[in-house]
Ligand binder design. Sequence first.
Ligand code: F6P
Length: 376
Amino acid sequence: MGKKIKRIGILTAGGDSPGLNAAIRGVGKTALGYYGMEIIGFRDGFRGLVENRRLKLDKTTLAGILTVGGTILGTSRDKPHRMVIDGRTCDMTATIVNNYKKWELDCLVCLGGGGTQKNALRLHQAGLNVITLPKTIDNDVALTDATFGFATALDIATDTLDRLHSTAHSHHRIIVAEIMGHRAGWLTLGSGIAGGADVILIPEIAYDVEKIANAIKLRSRHGTNFSIVAVAEGAMSRDDARSLAAAEKKLERAKNLHDKKEAKHELAALEVRHQGNTMRLAKQLEELTHLESRVTILGYVQRGGTPCAADRVLATRLGSACADLINEGHFGVMVAARGDGTEPVPLEKVAGKRKVVPPDHSWIKTARRVGTCLGD
Ligand code: F6P
């Protein structure tokens, strides 16, 4: 029988997402009420653990947060090994390890997306008892069926596409709606199907603008002279995808500092160029189809507000299962959603991986079968 767990530290890191508070409550209520543990929240991600900024989580602080968006702990994208302190980038891993000991923590729970899984693994390798939960509206954390935040964002994006339909229809316009997701297209694909988008563009499928224009012109010929184009932040044309792949290869093959710097410079320039991609796409479609085009960027609306019921259930059950694993002394794992249950997955297997939409995924097949243009 291992040492009885007494005190848990918990933090939220990376971009916020609906369901974080439900997860904090799920861990907290099970740990406090069911196992009689103590729980301390650290503010603003890993930075709170460096700067000793805490919030004691008890019955009162955990009450009334299930339905609240964002995170009561605050969050940041700070990495333990590359944190800006007084204008300098420092490795704060040792400070975190010391503070973990100072606060007599028996384990640290990190709620986050792909980046957080990597950072959590580093801390686990530095000797801490770490356990993580998968959150992100992007749904791109590897080896879990789902991440909390995604279902809510899917509802928000779908509702927006519904609203855009009526105005696009009235004005006979193309409306290009930009949806979050730099590397994974789950949110755009899911909301595009649910919201009946005519064109869905995701990072996993490079598009040809002529093909999109032809699909829109075909709709016009059949008497439907409006179209909704759902485009992921990270979707790109075939030309841009080729340039990106070439720059990434250059970086991979760089033999010296000079080559590395040059390749990084190229990648940064491509990233800057990509920032105007949705506007450029709308303009190109207007020119090619002679239909008026407008852009709507959904932005942070997708991450805000009350979590939907599905996210509340998912976050609560993952949080509660997390407390069970802590009680069993099972660390170095992410609590993954697996069907109706949960499964501990070693952090080594999750860190550095990304779950993107596979080309043969049923959502892709479904979209194509109902006549949606995917740009290829
Ligand atoms: O990872 C979630 C996410 O919302 C992405 O979809 C988006 O590209 C990114 O975060 C935005 O990050 P930030 O909050 O740092 O602007």
